[in-house]
Design a protein around this ligand. Sequence first.
Ligand SMILES: *Cc1c(COP(=O)(O)O)cnc(C)c1O
Length: 628
Amino acid sequence: MKLKVCGMKYQDNMNQVAALQPDYLGFIFYEKSIRNFDTECIPELPKVIKKTGVFVDAELNFVLEKVSKHNLQAVQLHGNESPEYCLKLKRHYEELSDVVISSKKTDCHDFEKKYPNDKLEIIKVFSIKDKFNFDVLKPYESVCDYYLFDTKGKLPGGNGYTFDWNVLNNYPSTKPFFLSGGIGINQIDDIKAFQKSKASKYCYAIDVNSKFEIEPGLKKIEDLKEFKNKLSNNIMNYNVNKKGYYGEFGGAFIPEMLYPNVEELRQNYLKVMAEPDFKKEFDQLLKDYVGRPSPLYFAKRLSEKYNTKIYLKREDLNHTGAHKINNTIGQILMAKRLGKTRIIAETGAGQHGVATATVCALMGLECIVYMGEIDIARQAPNVARMKMLGAKVVPALSGSRTLKDATNEAIRDWINNPVNTHYIIGSAIGPHPYPDMVTKFQSVISEEIKWQLKEQEGRENPDYVVACIGGGSNAAGTYYHYLHEENVGIIAVEAAGLGVDSGESAATSVLGKEGIIHGCKTLLMQTDDGQITEPYSISAGLDYPGVGPMHAHLCKTGRAEFMAITDDDAMKAGLKLCELEGIIPAIESSHALAIFEQRTFNPDDVIVVSLSGRGDKDLQNYIDYFKI
Ligand SMILES: *Cc1c(COP(=O)(O)O)cnc(C)c1O
């Protein structure tokens, strides 16, 4: 069930409430209300939180002006607004959005970021005492998106007591509704009971206000947090907890010498990411430098072939050719905020090394990339790129001289240079806070999918999201905003190499056992006495013996369905995409595309596949494999 927090008034308090990630935040535009929002602007909030304006029998122009000024995504009508009024509002909004988009700016918002075609949600409020005549809903069925049922009181809203929810047993509609009116932390048990009743079938969200206040308009953060947790108690939490764990996986298992570095990051990362200046710079670079938003492309011919609806999230079109740059942009800004002047990174195939060298050049920081000696030899073009971009590439000469050994070298370097150096880890792995930080930087992927899909399919949620998993950063970004949407299936695709049972594979979820690698507890391929097994995959980006802790948790809880794809099947799927859509994918991404040969979907299923990178770097591999 979704959560709406209504009656926001103060900027700091808004940011604190927004950090709890409610689904809706309500702002009351009604002079007679003590919670009337009369501040100049609503601060920049995460786009997934819908800003909702609450009005009482207001002039249409007044509503439209507020919608435009504050970039509201929903309007809640609390008076006696007629169905015609609702319809007019919708029509005018459509005209207005054209105007607003062409004029780009209002006092409060830069509308370049507004999603064209975005639709304004209309929530019509009805107040209930002991009885309710549901016939009054009928004329509103086609003109609003949601109903909200509130307690009937002297003033619209904020009366502080609940109505008898049993009235809703006679709800005749299928329109989703908000439940409101005096709901506080003491109602949790009632809500749980209500959730089991027939009446709750169409209950879409809980709306809270006065019961969570210190004074009108000022919300108690701790209580809201507790309420939100309890509300979602019956569903599993897939986000990181305070101690850095996803269920039993994660944590920070690091040598003592590394503690100051990791601790400095842990104490600062959320604070820094929440700073308006940071967000602004991050968004701006993603837009102008990386080229975001990356398109969500409906792959028509591929969809026809597999008789289902397949969308590709085009991370391959990002600058430097993969999703890796989302994370390195975020981390380089973080490093600068923490006063670091020297950057180190590990790389396998070289994609993360290139993305790191790129942002270091952009910011004028020193860059050292550790890379296994074997990988340096087999990934020559990327080594050349890193050097051109001014990075120093240092060979890792120990062990199998591949990614795992490069990571060991980078950690060693960091221990020796704790003060001026930041270590940019390239996937959703490593000690806490790295998996969470990397996931949050990559979460822009699913943030975009939500509005892009709404534009194209009329709904934010696909039936499935699909991504390949090396350490799991493109997957974490693709899943992030869908983790708690139970109707969205999550499919994780691992590399089976020459076959899961061949001894030459990287299918961690099948072959892995709990263990510790590079600072976190996760699923890991290892021998009976705990030595890490050498992984194998034709794709260098998936050639890692573990998965990030979030994915270990998704696997263990059954939230994600894991599939393993062999080299052969991946290569064929890559070629198929070339033939059908004119896109040469990275071999990593080809693994995700290969699932359609193994699993059937319904014709009306909507499936979003993360196309994590482009295939330029893999041309030689494709050429050798297909003898082109
Ligand atoms: C690095 C890479 C991957 C694997 O890394 P994740 O962290 O699992 O996303 C996948 N695809 C491409 C194109 C890559 O460069």
